[in-house]
Design a protein around this ligand. Structure first.
Ligand code: TMP
Length: 216
């Protein structure tokens, strides 16, 4: 099985930049890498992403329906894309995964974590990442990056428009998840220069997968 690495963190934490940089590092070392994201990553999952982010059905999902749409996207992505790649020995890097549901729908929306964990185990067949990089950024810096993004685009998605209190709960939620599973998580402080953050991401990956990166 290839290594399965997920990136988590609030909006504006730099996940997509650092996933791209890590993929480049791994490819430069001759590793086959699949970069994917949640929700999304297959045509069906991208359609679900559209429904979730932009109310394209002209009807907002209720919080429960919203949670189940995230799980539906995850179930499809895991079975059609992530598991087959891991079986071929490919390194899979995923921009968000189950911890986003626990943080946003659990800590953010207030659904009980044990219920979300049970549905998640059903959706994924209990596929857990080998390493989760939590890009942590304080609420003020995250807000600043979001404001810049919203000014450049269409006013933000459903979660970008949530209150400061929601975003504070979210950040604390991610940190709490990391504290509960220290063996799987590495927290990387993301409000710094891109090169320093990338260095820490690489060092976490090189340490965790020293054996797999040895040779070749
Ligand atoms: P992003 O990946 O571009 O940041 O956007 C995905 C949005 O969906 C983001 O606001 C986080 C949210 N989300 C959840 O609320 N629950 C989930 O399980 C996932 C994967 C994402």
């Amino acid at each position: 099985m290839g290594p399965f690495i997920t990136f988590e963190g609030p909006e504006g934490s730099g996940k997509s930049t650092h996933i791209r940089l890590l993929a480049e590092q791994l490819r430069a070392r001759g590793r086959e890498v699949l970069v994917t994201r949640e929700p999304g990553g297959t045509p069906l999952c991208e359609a679900i992403r559209g429904l979730l982010q932009h109310d394209t059905a002209d009807e907002s999902p209720t919080p429960r329906a919203e949670a189940l749409l995230f799980f539906a996207s995850r179930a499809q992505l895991v079975e059609t894309t992530i598991r087959p790649a891991l079986r071929r020995g490919v390194w899979v890097l995923c921009d968000r995964y189950a911890d986003s549901t626990f943080a946003y729908q659990g800590h953010g929306r207030g659904f009980p974590l044990d219920a979300l964990q049970a549905i998640n185990a059903f959706a994924t067949g209990a596929l857990v990442p080998d390493l989760t990089l939590l890009l942590d950024i304080d609420a003020a810096a995250s807000r600043q990056r979001l404001a810049a993004r919203q000014a450049a685009a269409s006013g933000g998605d459903r979660f970008e428009r949530e209150s400061d209190a929601f975003h504070d709960r979210l950040r604390r939620g991610f940190l709490d998840l990391a504290t509960r599973e220290p063996a799987r998580f590495r927290i990387v402080e993301s409000g710094r220069a891109i090169a320093s953050v990338a260095e820490d991401v690489w060092s976490a990956v090189a340490t965790r997968f020293a054996a797999a990166l040895d040779g070749g």
